[in-house]
Design a protein around this ligand. Structure first.
Ligand code: NAP
Length: 317
């Protein structure tokens, strides 16, 4: 498989298997039952980490743990003996702040790596019971802002205990560059007509602005040696379940779908970010090899990042 933009060869995340020992590390991955979240959980399990998966239901949790066990048996049998004891399912519905709070309260232990991955693109305008447009709440308010804020003490604790900073990794998109205006006053599409691509791209821009704000204002790395580091990941187009009708996409197969990179190939930058220490705090890492990608001007607008931060504190209570 070749990376379409450059023609370069993709590098599977599974290349990391056998390359690191994460015994004793605690990793949290949301949206872990499918696509990028699933393969990320599998590879972390192969590296010996304790992997906590965020999924919507117990059935999905049980099935996913079974599938991760099978993956480890097949790809890293040497780690298979204790894998069942290193996998933990937590339940979360990201369209509901109460569920996000309960999810975050279910963690007691220091967290070394948080992968904010759960996401969707609502095909039509839907309003959550908290009163927000669905894509905005799931992808940004819940899956990024509130989850990170509530797990922050445990991320800080890991930095203190291990003497090595924790990492927060937001799975965002190059499509953030399509946003011309992050109009927070009509982010719920109450006045203008709903557009699913617009809703999606705004949520992805907000994930990057959150990285910017933490890195430059809230927790600058220079001011605390133990605070977590924040990053965004640009996986490129990936062959996953996100491409389905309820997400506003034509149901595959369609021309070119089969040629898209697999989740294994697209997840590589997540591991560069998690396992290497050379990426500048606050950067966006992209396929195929975890190189730094560019941010749109809006994604670097610190006034906007501050407005979004203040808005998000009010919105999530
Ligand atoms: N695929 C791409 O081309 C692409 C490109 C750039 C960025 N991304 C980003 O990559 C991330 C992972 O997506 P994917 O492509 O791997 O898609 P996917 O296979 O559809 O996985 C999405 C995950 O998010 C979970 N999720 C969705 N809505 C949720 C909710 N309300 N509460 C809790 N969990 C929820 C899904 O759970 P269920 O299975 O229960 O729905 C699933 O586990 C997303 O943030 C997406 O925006 C994807």
């Amino acid at each position: 498989m070749h990376y379409k933009k450059t023609g370069e060869k993709m590098i599977p995340a599974s290349t990391w298997i056998g390359q690191r020992d994460l015994t004793g590390y605690t990793i949290v991955v949301t949206g872990a039952n499918s696509g990028l979240g699933f393969i990320t959980s599998c590879v972390f399990a192969c590296l010996g980490a304790n992997v906590h998966i965020g999924v919507r239901t117990k059935t999905k949790g049980d099935e996913t743990i079974q599938q991760i066990v099978e993956y480890v048996n097949e790809h890293e049998p040497g780690r298979a003996l204790d894998v069942q004891k290193r996998l933990f399912a937590h339940y979360v519905e990201m369209s509901d702040f109460a569920s996000v709070r309960a999810f975050c309260q279910s963690f007691q232990q220091p967290i070394d790596i948080l992968v904010n991955n759960a996401g969707l693109q609502a095909n039509e305008k839907k309003t959550t019971k908290d009163g927000y447009e669905m894509t905005w709440q799931v992808n940004y308010l819940s899956s990024t802002f509130l989850t990170t804020k509530l797990l922050l003490p445990l991320l800080q604790q890991a930095g203190k205990d291990r003497g090595k900073r924790a990492k927060v990794i937001n799975i965002t998109s190059g499509m953030h560059k399509m946003v011309k205006d992050l109009d927070l006053e009509d982010i719920n599409f109450d006045k203008k007509e709903y557009d699913h691509t617009e809703a999606y791209t705004k949520s992805k821009l907000a994930q990057i602005l959150n990285v910017e704000y933490y890195t430059q204002v809230e927790l600058p790395p220079s001011e605390s040696p133990t605070s977590p580091l924040f990053y965004g990941i640009i996986p490129g187009p990936v062959k996953t379940n996100i491409y389905r009708q309820e997400n506003g996409f034509e149901q595959p197969p369609w021309d070119g779908f089969a040629d898209r990179p697999s989740p294994d190939e697209a997840a590589y930058p997540i591991f560069v970010c998690a396992l290497e220490d050379y990426a500048a705090p606050g950067s966006l890492l992209a396929v195929p090899d975890g190189r730094e990608d560019t941010k749109s001007d809006l994604a670097q607008d610190m006034d906007l990042a501050k407005s979004l931060w203040n808005y998000s504190i009010d919105a999530t209570g």
